[in-house]
Every structure is written in C-alpha cells, then in structure tokens.
Ligand binder design. Structure first.
Ligand SMILES: [Zn+2]
Length: 473
C-alpha cells in the first residue's frame, strides 16, 4: 500500500456525496471498487459494505483481521458558501503539508480511514486475510455498526481507523445514555396573571463543548448558572417565573439559558448581574448576561412553590465527573452532562447525557437522576443508550499494534481510552472475543469548516497499517 495511492483515493471519494443519511452513492462506489479488486463484497440494508480479501500464500495460518471505517461525514459550510452536499464534490486545498476543504468540512473523519481500506483492498502485496467493514451514519445514529450482521465475520482483531491523533492507540470508549426528568405543569402548579412589564434574562457565549471529552475542563454550565441566579431573583418582591429554557444538545455542555419573569423592581437585578458577570468572566471570558424589558401582557406563570422546586431541581441536578480512571492520569471514566431544560406542551423537561467507559457503571446515571426526582418530584425516562467498550485486559492485539508502531515510526505510542463514543463499543459487544484497537492519522477540528488533516501523518499511517496487516502475530 502506497501513500500516494491512499491520498488519490481520498480525492476520489471526496467527489462522492457522503453526508450522514445520504449513503447510497458512496456505498455503491465502495461496493463496485471492492468487486473490481476481485474481492467478495456485499451491501446490506443499512448500506454498510462488507468485503473479504483472502490470505495470500504463506499467510494461510495467520489470524484474519477486521478493518473498519465509517463512510459518512459531517457536512458543515461557512455562511455564504454555495455548496450543495448532496451533489457537489468536496474541494480539497493542499497547503504546507496539510489538507483542508474550501469553505466546507473536509470529511477526513473518516474518509482517510476509508481510503486506507480501499488501498488495501487493491494492493497486490502478500498479506493476511482481511475483512473490511465500511459502515454508515456513525456521526448520527451508528445504525450502520449496530445493524451490521457480525455473524459473517471470522476475525477477532479489529482495527478501527477513526482516531484523530498520531500515536494514540485507543483501547476503550464510553457508552452513553440519554436520561430525562419530566415535571408536569399540573403537578408543579401555575397561575394566570396580568403584568405591566415582562423581563427576559439571557445568559450566552459560554464556551460549552463536548459533553464527554471536555467535561473535566473548568467550564461553567449555563443552566447551573441560571439556577443560581434564579435562586437569588426568586427572593425579590413580586417575582414570578413565566418560562425557563437553555442548552441545545444532549452531547454538548450548555452554553446559553433564558428566563422570562415579572418583578416589582428590576433595577435591583441590574446591579446583581454586573457583580455576577465579573465572577463568571474569570472562567468564561466571553460570557454575556442581558436583561431586556418587554411589554406586559396576560401571562401564565409558575406558582411560587413551583419556582422553588425548579430552582432546587437545577441546584441539585447532577453535572460533571463521577469517576476518573484509576491508572490513566486525567482520564475521565464516568460523567454526566446536565444538557437541556425545555418546556414541552405538558411538562418541564431536564435532559442529561451520561457516559461511562465501564459497563458496571452504566446504570449510575439513571440512579443519579432518580435521586434528583426523589427530592423534586417528576418522572425519569431513559432514552437512547449506546454501547461502551471496556479495555480488554488480556488483549493480544494491543501489544502487537504498539510494537508495529514503534518498528515503523521509531517512537512509542500512547495507549489510552476516550470518554466518547466509537463504533468499537458495538464491536466489543457483538463480536465474541473481540479485540479492537482504534487509531488514525492526525486531523484537527473535525465536524467544522476548519477541519484539516496532516499528509505527513497519513504517510506515517499508510506504512503503519501496512506493517500491521503484513506482520505475523
Ligand atoms: Zn469519525
């Protein structure tokens, strides 16, 4: 397998639209490519492509290996860029050894993994039996991996090519669960009032961030901050809460929040906010707190008891790190993100995303939210759950991969876990005896228009992966 060919193949697949949910075209391309290489290949109902390359003479007794990458990419573009992700090719720009796209995301996540696999399919070099899984929609539902029929596989050693930093050998990923606490308006209590003035208080421009990877960084949760403010303004004369909301995604630390309310004298709030902002800015330098006056109207507000309960619910809502890994310094093992407050038709909802790299901890998130409901009432609902991948203590594959890294690149890799989801979570649960590793060349800012990939690192990984499939375990 040659680096130039891998790079060419990346350029080829960049011409085929492959945003999550739009998988037919790329799936047909990969299927035809594999068949063209003389390999057995098939496409399933989720548009996954599975291909098998038999062992070369001399490799018949070597254990087969599974290679895996996801075909879909996150499609984002800069404002004003006229790019149609359903038909336009990604325009690759090369500069100083790095590639980016022109005003759009690049799709190096995980197009580089796909390209390396295509180059291996095509390679005439002697190597062991390889099984290739090209999955779909990893970035959204992971339906490709979860729906894949693993009974066709013969290999146990799995090379997932979806890691984003050279030298990282990933051996564990987090499972997750979405948990909701719903407090019905009926139960909370509300009243209709006529108010002269209505105020909106918005809190914005907090840094937010990835709910797993950045959960242990010193960032403020905008909902928690709003809860603290609510606790204080709630004591003011004539305060009535009309609405509360904030946060946008389960998997993002909330960066904004808003309350609507009435109060007798709003000037007292102005002073309080200025003081608070000074403190918040120490941690969130761009934070904004804005109080706006709106014309009064006949409105529905929460009862005083309801506002007390909402305040208590926010104050007691679990957020942050539960446990750190015992031996890997700085590695978060279990955490929860207090992600969203939203008002639905009949209830006020608090949303949480829980993650753990340890299977035995997976119910702790629901337990924590149940504890909250014991204090403040409401119903707890557990929604989507994804599989975690616990480190395999007796892995034969990890030391082999590390040895090949050192032999090929002359430096030691870092064996680590990630506090985020990977398709390896699915493989570790669905393939008996699975022994996965996740790795990949360096790329920065995935899922943004600043996405860039290092060609030097891609060259390194072409040699590294080549050595893995040709070496003997
Ligand atoms: Zn990816």
């Amino acid at each position: 397998m040659k680096f130039e060919r891998v790079y060419d193949l990346f350029k080829e697949i960049s011409k085929v639209p492959r945003g999550s949910g739009n998988m037919e075209g790329i799936s047909d391309f990969v299927l035809a490519f594999a068949k063209n290489c003389g390999c057995k290949a098939e496409k399933d109902e989720h548009c996954n492509v599975f291909a098998v390359k038999e062992a070369a003479p001399g490799f018949e007794n070597e254990p087969p290996m599974i290679l895996q990458a996801h075909m879909d990419m996150v499609c984002v573009k800069d404002t004003g860029v006229a790019h149609d992700f359903t038909k336009d090719p990604i325009e690759i720009v090369e500069k100083d050894g790095w590639i980016t796209a022109n005003g759009t995301s690049l799709g190096s996540d995980d197009g580089l993994g796909v390209s390396m696999m295509l180059a291996l399919l095509e390679s005439k070099d002697p190597m062991r039996k390889l099984e290739f899984i090209f999955t779909t929609d990893e970035e959204t539902s992971m339906i490709g991996a979860t729906g894949f029929d693993c009974s066709k596989l013969t290999g146990k050693y799995i090379l997932n090519l979806d890691e984003e930093e050279e030298g990282h050998i990933v051996v564990s990923c987090a499972g997750s669960s979405d948990i909701r606490l719903q407090l019905s308006y009926e139960d909370l209590g509300y009243e209709h009032i006529k108010s002269d003035k209505l105020y909106s208080l918005t809190l914005s421009h907090f840094r937010g961030g990835h709910s797993g990877i950045e959960i242990n960084e010193n960032r403020l949760n905008a909902l928690r901050v709003m809860g603290e403010i609510l606790g204080e303004v709630n004591k003011l004369e004539g305060f009535k809460l009309a609405s509360i909301s904030g946060g946008q995604f389960f998997n993002a630390i909330p960066k904004d929040a808003e309350i609507l309310f009435t109060v007798k004298d709003a000037s007292l709030i102005e002073n309080m906010l200025a003081d608070k902002l000074e403190t918040y800015k120490l941690i969130e330098p761009d934070a904004k707190l804005v109080l706006t006056e709106k014309p009064g109207e006949e409105i529905c507000v929460y009862s005083d008891a309801a506002t007390d309960r909402i305040t208590a619910a926010i104050e007691n809502a679990p957020h942050g790190v539960f446990t750190m890994h015992e031996t890997i310094p700085g590695f978060v093992e279990t955490s929860i993100n207090f992600a969203i407050i939203r008002e639905l038709d009949d209830c006020l909802e608090f949303d949480f995303m829980f993650r753990s790299n340890v299977d035995d901890m997976m119910d702790k998130g629901e337990e924590a939210v149940r504890k909250l409901s014991e204090k403040v009432g409401g119903n707890v609902i557990t929604g989507h759950r994804s599989f975690g991948w616990e480190e395999k203590k007796d892995s034969a594959f990890v030391p082999y991969v590390c040895q090949k890294f050192e032999e090929t690149l002359g430096k030691k890799p870092e064996v680590m876990g990630v506090h985020a989801g990977l398709e390896c979570g699915v493989w570790s649960k669905k393939i008996p005896g699975a022994d996965p590793v996740s790795m990949g060349p360096t790329l920065n800012h995935p899922h943004t228009t600043m996405e860039e990939a290092s060609l030097e690192s891609l060259e390194h990984y072409t040699r590294f992966v080549d050595a893995i499939v040709k070496g003997k375990i």
